[in-house]
Ligand binder design. Structure first.
Ligand code: 18C
Length: 247
């Protein structure tokens, strides 16, 4: 059968009604809207984005920033990927079923709440980096369609009394991430695996939540962000090979 992937699992083209009646809806809507808008803004201009990694179509920029002595450098990455759609990219980033297959920093992942087909809350623990303490994160994740063949996933830290911060071995970190994707294909043609190109903007700000040596932290993200984006985009291309394109 050509229907090797269940269409109903793909990110929905409109917001799920169950999300709009949830207590987190207003925050999720506001932060997602802001993040998606910021993701597609350029890195030119005066605000000082510095290029730190470049490979093929991938470019990664950061801004050096510290909050209370902790490194919180915002990251912005741009990439172009052929043969997969924005909707497919976001499907694999959002759906927890695939996460262990591409996310190399992960130690554990727990689904805390399934809000709707397009929103979830996750608890994750990450691999420990010597000499710092292990980190965990609790965040909502929301996937949505935006204008013109655009889909985006936004992840943002939240709280839940069943998952209190800083009670065990882990220090709670705070994260805001947006993966925004836009597909293009030649005017007048039908989109297919052979002619579709997806532009990716990935923005991330991580506050380590407690002491972490600045030098180690910057060295880790300079290595880990390029590794993540190359691995994730390659993974999606591999998963989509031979399957019908889902726009
Ligand atoms: O966006 C990504 N993944 C999503 C799904 O998991 C989700 C995750 C966000 C969490 C990002 C924070 C990850 C911190 C990891 C710390 C340990 C890394 C160990 C690696 C060693 C093998 O949105 C893709 C995320 C890609 C992450 C790249 C690494 C970013 C590092 C940022 C600094 C972390 C500071 C805390 C540790 C202090 C160590 C000195």
């Amino acid at each position: 059968s050509v229907h090797t992937r269940d269409q109903v699992e793909l990110p929905p083209p409109a917001i799920d009604n169950r999300l709009t009646v949830h207590s987190l809806w207003q925050e999720i809507d506001r932060i997602s809207t802001e993040q998606i808008q910021a993701a597609f803004e350029g890195v030119g201009g005066e605000i000082g984005w510095q290029l730190f990694a470049e490979e093929g179509d991938m470019r990664m920029y950061r801004r050096e920033m510290e909050v209370d002595g902790m490194v919180t450098d915002p990251l912005k990455a741009m990439h172009k990927v052929r043969g997969v759609s924005a909707r497919e990219m976001c499907h694999y980033f959002f759906n927890p079923r695939y996460r262990y297959e591409w996310e190399t920093t992960l130690e554990t992942m727990t689904i805390v709440e399934e809000i709707s087909s397009d929103a979830m809350v996750f608890h994750q623990t990450f691999k420990r980096i010597w000499p710092a303490s292990q980190r965990d994160a609790l965040f909502w994740s929301h996937v949505r369609a935006a204008d013109g063949h655009t889909y985006a996933v936004t992840n943002h830290s939240t709280v839940n009394s069943d998952y209190p911060a800083n009670t065990g071995a882990c220090i709670r970190l705070f994260v805001t991430v947006c993966l925004a994707c836009r597909s293009e294909y030649p005017r007048g043609q039908t989109p297919s695996r052979d002619n579709v190109t997806t532009s990716i903007a990935y923005c991330s700000t991580v506050n380590p939540g407690g002491w972490a040596p600045a030098g180690v932290l910057r060295a880790v993200y300079k290595r880990e962000y390029p590794k993540f984006l190359k691995r994730f985009t390659g993974y999606v291309q591999e998963q989509c090979r031979g399957k019908p394109l889902a726009m």
